[in-house]
Design a protein around this ligand. Structure first.
Ligand code: 13P
Length: 254
């Protein structure tokens, strides 16, 4: 059985007090109300990691993630954060290749391949993001674009390594726009990615990898999207900043 995951990517939002309040609310609501086995991942900005980790405590349902990491172990890279540092703050996940990192910080598939293998070496689970921009979808090239992103960043990994990766399909045109991909569009791309994994590795490996959908997931549409056979959860942006909405999205698995 694949792991079901609902991850909240806070992006560059929340001061530390705001983040602690949000995390505390989510932790309590999840403990009191959620009746499923989905893993919940809180992904705050770097500097809140320790503070949020202390709030999570020993909760077995909630994990901590970071939004990025550098591709080197340490060194003269002012302003950067290493995978080992994230682990030392309690993170077990790291988002890599988010479309905002690709667009605003020039991250390429080649760089992401380095980051993914570095994260794995440090025992961090990468949440590798892929997804097409609107013009690519309109031209009908979305599958070939995602094919290239996945192949270039992930297919240098061994079978043991790829099993430890989580993939998030986030169509860029659905991020923060309120325009969600339809459940059919999500399922179609998730099935495509799983076929790609099966062809490169094996059916068994492909069936073991969690593929999350991201892009305007809300309490109102989560159930329909999560009920698709190849959708194993969500990577949530805006709605993860509201404890009630985020918890209701997690409850879509109940
Ligand atoms: P929204 O849920 O705000 O569309 O953001 C999705 C996202 O980018 C999560 O990483």
């Amino acid at each position: 059985m694949r792991k079901q995951i609902v991850a909240g990517n806070w992006k560059m939002n929340c001061t530390l007090p705001e983040g602690k309040k949000l995390a505390s609310e989510v932790i309590h609501m999840v403990e009191d109300e959620v009746n499923n086995n989905a893993e919940v991942v809180l992904i705050p900005p770097f500097i809140h990691l320790t503070g949020i980790f202390n709030l999570i405590g020993s909760s077995s349902k909630i994990s901590l993630g970071a939004q990025n990491c550098h591709q080197s172990q340490s060194g003269a890279y002012t302003g950067e954060v290493s995978a080992a540092m994230l682990v030392s703050c309690g993170a077990t996940y790291v988002i890599l290749g988010h479309s905002e990192r690709r667009e605003f910080f020039g991250e390429t598939d080649e760089l992401l391949a380095e980051k993914v293998s570095f994260a794995l070496e440090n025992n961090l689970t990468p949440i590798f993001c892929c997804g097409e921009r609107l013009e690519v979808r309109e031209a009908g090239d979305h599958e070939s674009l995602v094919d290239t992103q996945v192949e270039k960043a992930l297919f240098g990994l061994s079978e043991d390594q790829i099993r430890k990766v989580v993939i998030a399909y986030e169509p860029v045109w659905a991020i923060g726009t309120g325009k969600t991909a339809s459940a059919e569009q999500a399922q179609e791309m998730h099935a495509f990615i799983r076929e790609q994994l099966s062809a490169k590795y094996s059916r068994e490996v492909a069936d073991s990898i969690s593929i999350l959908y991201g892009g305007s997931v809300k309490p109102e549409n989560a159930k329909e999207i999560f009920s698709q056979p190849d959708v194993d959860g969500g990577l949530i942006g805006g709605a993860s900043l509201k404890s009630r909405d985020f918890t209701n999205i997690i409850k879509a698995f109940d």
